[in-house]
Design a protein around this ligand. Structure first.
Ligand SMILES: Cc1cc2nc3c(=O)[nH]c(=O)nc-3n(C[C@H](O)[C@H](O)[C@H](O)COP(=O)(O)OP(=O)(O)OC[C@H]3O[C@@H](n4cnc5c(N)ncnc54)[C@H](O)[C@@H]3O)c2cc1C
Ligand code: HEM
Length: 414
């Protein structure tokens, strides 16, 4: 909790700090990478630095944490931090690194706000920083302990056992331990980080959701190649490297699984709504449900460009068909009519009655969802925000709607 001296100071200065958070976080990263350039090449995602997404995510998290502290000074708002702690754990962030970050963040606050930062203001914001930092360190320590590793020791060699081209833009990679032992356990919905050494010598790390159920001897990830949208922006660095170079037999540096968007145990009804490559955590959840509780009611919604761009479409259909109370609703921007040719198993085999294929944007308003449905969303932000709005209008409680963003979480700032 915030001390009684600092609470009024933070309350009084929150509007000024909040309004300058963009400038503060920009200066913070500039200062930190000047002192420690290897962090930009070997730990931080340099595309997110170039396009500003990480600055925005950090500013959003600090603002949300400080606002919650001011509104409820007696509580430490840990809820804001679960996603960040899991992301940090998947990168192997260590507690000693918080001193460096804190030093540069507070120096940036002083530089941007100038004389307004009196010693009392500096002390109050130092306290906010360390409340956040200590909460993150504690959660990360718990995550490392649960994973059975020392502080930050999350990286492993994993061999590519199989590579499969799923669509023109997506490939899946089955990963196994080089020592032949079973892969570590995880919860459906979690992801791993993959670390790649790029041609310029920089090591870049990206996250990929595990796309099969836990409890197998192998893990699988499915990677969409990030192409340059308009020819001006660079191609995605790691996904392009994986598509171009990664082959069966190669060994990748991979983290243990982390992530706070996980399937709850039990039998309550589920809605799994994804778009594009957002299908990956849903496949893991569905595979798990099909194995452990095939009677669980599940409504699956997936939106994609076209059936041929839809990765794992046959697998998705098969998984839904293994459940006794499930339906699959597919929306394609184009070519919905081609679905049967692209998915049919045996020639002439009818489409399972639980599969509904439509053309256009996904629309969940017409679906019949039980009141106690828990919803999981994954896909581009506009897709998730549209589904989220429709679900709230439908009567689903906000606490029952969970989402995963495949990048820094900018939901609150958009
Ligand atoms: C929890 C989580 C789970 C994920 N799961 C999956 C998954 O299952 N499958 C999957 O495919 N992906 C997944 N992702 C996304 C994945 O981690 C990567 O973000 C994705 O593969 C792109 O990485 P990249 O290195 O290829 O692209 P990057 O090099 O990171 O580039 C990303 C984008 O930034 C743009 N960019 C680069 N430089 C600039 C600049 N100067 N200005 C403006 N824009 C710029 C690029 O053009 C590109 O569009 C997940 C992400 C998270 C956080
Ligand atoms: C109180 C301190 C900190 C806060 C509030 C914070 C906040 C955040 C946030 C909001 C994200 C984005 C998470 C997401 O949306 O997925 C993030 C990611 C990250 N953080 Fe931190 N962080 C802190 C400390 C640290 C420290 C000490 C390090 C280590 C140097 C670090 C390294 C990273 C890295 C490498 C990423 C991923 C960046 C990317 O992929 O673009 N953070 N952090």
């Amino acid at each position: 909790m915030l001390s009684s001296q600092s609470a009024p100071v933070v309350r009084a200065t929150l509007p000024a700090v909040g309004a300058s958070l963009g400038a503060i976080t920009e200066l913070f990263y500039t200062r930190m990478f000047q002192e420690r350039p290897e962090l930009l090449r070997g730990l931080f995602n340099r595309a997110n630095q170039a396009n500003g997404a990480q600055r925005e995510a950090l500013a959003g998290a600090v603002a949300a944490f400080a606002t919650a502290l001011v509104d409820h000074p007696d509580e430490r708002p840990d809820a804001v931090l679960g996603r960040i702690a899991n992301r940090h754990a998947s990168l192997g962030i260590t507690s000693d690194q918080y001193t460096l970050v804190g030093r540069h963040l507070l120096a940036a606050v002083k530089e941007v706000l100038g004389d307004a930062v009196t010693p009392a203001v500096a002390a109050a914001w130092d306290e906010v920083y360390w409340l956040m930092a200590n909460a993150l360190v504690a959660t990360e320590a718990r995550l490392y302990a649960e994973a059975g590793v020392e502080n930050g020791v999350v990286w492993r060699d994993m061999e590519i056992a199989e590579r499969t081209e799923e669509t023109a833009d997506t490939a899946s990679f089955v990963l196994r331990r080089p020592d032949g032992l079973p892969t570590e356990q995880f919860r459906p919905g979690q992801y791993i980080s993959v670390q790649i050494e790029l041609p310029d010598g920089a090591r870049q790390i990206r996250q990929y959701s595990l796309s099969t159920a836990p409890g197998r001897k192998t893990w699988r990830i499915t990677v969409k190649r990030e192409r340059s949208a308009d020819g001006r922006l660079p191609e995605g660095e790691v996904s392009t490297w994986l598509h171009t170079h990664a082959r069966a037999g190669q060994v990748l540096q991979v983290s243990l699984p982390f992530g706070d968007l996980v399937l709850p145990d039990g039998d309550t009804p589920l809605l799994l709504a994804s778009a594009g490559i957002g299908i990956t955590p849903m496949l893991s959840m569905l595979d798990h449900v099909a194995t452990v509780s095939p009677d669980r009611p599940v409504v699956v919604v997936h939106a994609d460009r076209s059936p041929t761009r839809h990765a794992h479409r046959l697998e998705l259909t098969e998984l839904v068909s293994r459940l006794s109370h499930a339906s699959l609703h597919l929306w394609y921007e184009d070519g919905a009519g081609e679905w049967d040719e692209t998915v049919a198993g045996e020639p002439g085999e009818p489409r399972p009655s639980v599969v509904h294929v439509r053309e256009g944007w996904a629309d969940v308003t017409g679906l019949s969802l039980p009141r106690d449905t828990t919803a999981f969303l994954c896909g581009p932000l506009p897709f998730m925000q549209a589904v989220h709005g429709d679900l709230l209008a439908h009567g689903t409680g906000p606490a029952a709607i969970h989402y995963e963003v495949f990048g820094p979480d900018l939901w609150l700032s958009k």
